[in-house]
Design a protein. Structure first.
Length: 88
Protein backbone atom coordinates (compact mmCIF):
# COMPACT_ATOMS: atom_id res chain seq x y z
CA UNK A 1 0.00 0.00 0.00
CA UNK A 2 2.81 2.40 0.85
CA UNK A 3 4.42 1.76 -2.54
CA UNK A 4 1.16 2.49 -4.36
CA UNK A 5 0.65 5.70 -2.37
CA UNK A 6 4.17 6.84 -3.22
CA UNK A 7 3.83 5.79 -6.88
CA UNK A 8 0.69 7.84 -7.50
CA UNK A 9 1.88 10.78 -5.42
CA UNK A 10 -0.65 10.64 -2.60
CA UNK A 11 0.10 11.99 0.85
CA UNK A 12 0.19 10.04 4.08
CA UNK A 13 -1.16 12.78 6.36
CA UNK A 14 -3.83 15.39 5.82
CA UNK A 15 -1.32 18.14 6.65
CA UNK A 16 0.92 16.92 3.83
CA UNK A 17 -1.96 17.70 1.46
CA UNK A 18 -2.23 21.25 2.83
CA UNK A 19 -5.03 20.57 5.30
CA UNK A 20 -5.26 22.30 8.66
CA UNK A 21 -7.61 22.04 11.60
CA UNK A 22 -9.48 25.00 10.09
CA UNK A 23 -10.80 22.56 7.45
CA UNK A 24 -12.34 20.11 9.93
CA UNK A 25 -15.63 21.97 10.39
CA UNK A 26 -16.32 22.09 6.63
CA UNK A 27 -15.36 18.43 6.32
CA UNK A 28 -17.67 17.49 9.18
CA UNK A 29 -20.50 19.39 7.50
CA UNK A 30 -19.81 17.61 4.19
CA UNK A 31 -19.67 14.24 5.95
CA UNK A 32 -23.01 14.88 7.65
CA UNK A 33 -24.57 15.88 4.32
CA UNK A 34 -23.20 12.79 2.54
CA UNK A 35 -26.03 10.41 1.63
CA UNK A 36 -23.90 7.45 2.72
CA UNK A 37 -24.21 8.58 6.34
CA UNK A 38 -27.93 7.77 6.23
CA UNK A 39 -27.22 4.05 5.87
CA UNK A 40 -24.21 3.97 8.18
CA UNK A 41 -24.85 1.59 11.10
CA UNK A 42 -23.35 4.15 13.51
CA UNK A 43 -24.20 7.82 13.77
CA UNK A 44 -21.76 10.59 14.58
CA UNK A 45 -22.16 14.14 15.77
CA UNK A 46 -20.31 17.01 14.12
CA UNK A 47 -18.00 17.14 17.15
CA UNK A 48 -17.22 13.41 16.87
CA UNK A 49 -16.40 13.76 13.18
CA UNK A 50 -14.11 16.72 13.87
CA UNK A 51 -12.37 14.73 16.62
CA UNK A 52 -11.89 11.84 14.21
CA UNK A 53 -10.17 14.10 11.67
CA UNK A 54 -7.99 15.60 14.41
CA UNK A 55 -6.90 12.18 15.70
CA UNK A 56 -6.27 10.78 12.24
CA UNK A 57 -4.26 13.80 11.18
CA UNK A 58 -1.72 13.04 13.89
CA UNK A 59 -0.86 9.59 12.56
CA UNK A 60 -0.01 8.07 9.22
CA UNK A 61 -2.79 6.46 7.23
CA UNK A 62 -3.08 2.72 7.15
CA UNK A 63 -5.33 0.89 4.71
CA UNK A 64 -8.25 1.31 7.12
CA UNK A 65 -7.54 5.00 7.71
CA UNK A 66 -7.35 6.06 4.06
CA UNK A 67 -11.15 6.25 3.92
CA UNK A 68 -11.08 9.22 6.29
CA UNK A 69 -9.82 11.45 3.48
CA UNK A 70 -12.60 10.65 1.00
CA UNK A 71 -15.32 13.09 2.13
CA UNK A 72 -12.65 15.59 3.02
CA UNK A 73 -11.33 16.02 -0.53
CA UNK A 74 -14.33 17.93 -1.88
CA UNK A 75 -14.76 19.97 1.29
CA UNK A 76 -11.08 20.96 1.26
CA UNK A 77 -11.37 22.09 -2.35
CA UNK A 78 -14.50 24.12 -1.57
CA UNK A 79 -12.98 25.66 1.55
CA UNK A 80 -9.74 26.69 -0.15
CA UNK A 81 -11.13 27.41 -3.62
CA UNK A 82 -8.49 25.10 -5.08
CA UNK A 83 -8.63 22.15 -7.39
CA UNK A 84 -8.94 18.70 -5.77
CA UNK A 85 -5.61 17.47 -4.53
CA UNK A 86 -4.01 14.10 -5.12
CA UNK A 87 -5.89 12.61 -2.18
CA UNK A 88 -7.86 9.46 -3.07
Amino acid sequence: MRELIAEVGLTMRLTEAGATSAHYDAWAQAAQEDICLRTNPRTASREQIIELYARRNKCRFSRRRVAVAFPARAALSRATGSQPSAMP
